[in-house]
Design a binder for this molecule. Structure first.
Ligand SMILES: [Zn+2]
Length: 398
């Protein structure tokens, strides 16, 4: 089974991202982008070549003399399946080794978890058996909100899904018979930035991802590693209390950040006022389009959420001082409204200029789905560790 350290080993993901985007690329250029030592780069590249994920050719720019060897992605080497279980809907997608989604399907997350997961597995099984070669698939990555036991693939508790002790991996395995890796949705979202984010962030040491969905979770990359705490994975700081007397949160405590800044909080804030006017319930995207037409109440709802997002980010930034803060979720469609407020909140005597910290929207539309792709790929790499166990420890950022 996957060791907790394996998920932290993100260098291979960053390397593949670099090679994919910049191929043909030399080892020297990878060292330049990542800031890693040449020996470390070679060890990781050799492992990727050995596993047939990358191949070496002689094409590419040469400055005379012996032409340098360049690296290419072996795009067809493996496919993975990504599953993103959300509170209202679940998406599953087939991705090739380039991280390109070939096909995706959506179904409603409904019913008892066991029944729902069986239905999901059958749909996936049907898709694989009718349209793909089963042997092509290396692994399945699953992204799910809540507290995950990474070793057993069990959802220990998910207040937003209302799931308790659901043996997710076991249920899916019964139908799919592929290695399955389960990760908290906010951690997966943070991972998506390593695979789809800007290349100039390849040497970022501290990245804080805020996933604003039904609930609110954070994923944290510190010193080039995904911070996962113990074997149990939870969505970080969404449940830090910012008001002792605040509203009751799904976790049972009061005044959590999630109760102020999540998508649900924004929608409910708007609804509390509009319900008095007899108006129907509006979704977040409807609220954003009303705000874009200068609807005062819609604007106000989003601005208050932005104030709380800014306040929470400010709390965390004072402790972590990340180079980059990424916000993901539907709320990013209102970026021009929320960004200036978040930046203003961040300013203090310690963080003099908000420009010291890059705050940007996520690189992909549904980061928890896209993050499940590198989670699965990551574990395809790790299944090869049995062969190259000795080189495993090398992939620690210097
Ligand atoms: Zn809470």
């Amino acid at each position: 089974m996957v060791d907790v350290n394996d998920i932290r080993d993100i260098n291979q993901t960053i390397f593949l991202h670099l090679i994919r985007e910049r191929q043909p690329i030399s080892r020297a250029d990878i060292a330049k982008y990542t800031g890693l030592r040449a020996g470390t780069v070679s060890a990781i590249v050799n492992r990727l070549i050995k596993n047939n994920f990358v191949y070496e050719g002689t094409e590419g720019p040469s400055s005379g003399g012996r032409p340098p060897k360049h690296l290419f992605i072996n795009a067809e080497s493996i496919y993975v399946l990504a599953i993103d279980i959300g509170v209202s809907d679940t998406v599953f997608a087939v991705s090739d080794f380039n991280g390109r989604i070939l096909q995706q399907k959506l179904l409603l997350t409904e019913g008892a978890p066991q029944n729902f997961l069986k239905k999901l597995a059958k749909e996936i099984e049907n898709l694989i058996s009718t349209q793909y070669s089963r042997a092509k698939f290396g692994a399945i990555g699953v992204s799910v909100p809540g507290l995950i036991d990474r070793e057993t693939g069990t959802v220990e508790t998910s207040p937003n899904l209302e799931w308790q002790n659901v043996p997710l991996r076991k249920i899916l395995m019964e139908h799919l018979n592929l290695p399955i890796f389960v990760e908290n949705d906010a951690n997966a979202a943070a991972f998506s930035e390593l695979w789809y984010g800007p290349l100039n962030e390849a040497n970022i040491r501290t990245l804080l991802f805020i996933l604003v969905v039904e609930g609110l979770g954070t994923g944290l990359i510190i010193n080039g590693e995904l911070h996962v705490g113990s074997r149990l994975g939870l969505g970080g700081f969404g449940h830090m209390s910012i008001d002792l007397n605040g509203e009751l949160c799904s976790c049972g405590r009061r005044g959590c950040w999630e109760t102020f800044a999540s998508e649900r909080a924004t929608v409910e804030r708007f609804h509390r006022v509009t319900a008095k006017q007899g108006l129907p319930f509006a979704s977040l995207s409807e609220i954003i389009s009303l705000a874009n037409k200068n609807d005062e109440m819609a604007l106000q709802s989003l601005k208050i959420t932005a104030e709380y997002l800014g306040e929470g980010i400010s709390n965390l930034a004072h402790g972590l001082y990340p180079e980059t803060v990424v916000i993901g979720g539907n709320i990013t469609a209102a970026w021009s409204i929320i960004e200036p407020i978040i930046k203003k909140r961040l300013k203090s005597r310690y963080i003099v200029s908000p420009n010291q910290i890059t705050i940007r929207p996520a690189s992909v539309q549904r980061p928890s789905l896209f993050g499940a792709i590198p989670i699965a790929l990551q574990n395809c790499f790790n299944s090869s560790l049995k062969i190259s166990k000795n080189s495993y420890k090398i992939s620690v950022l210097t």
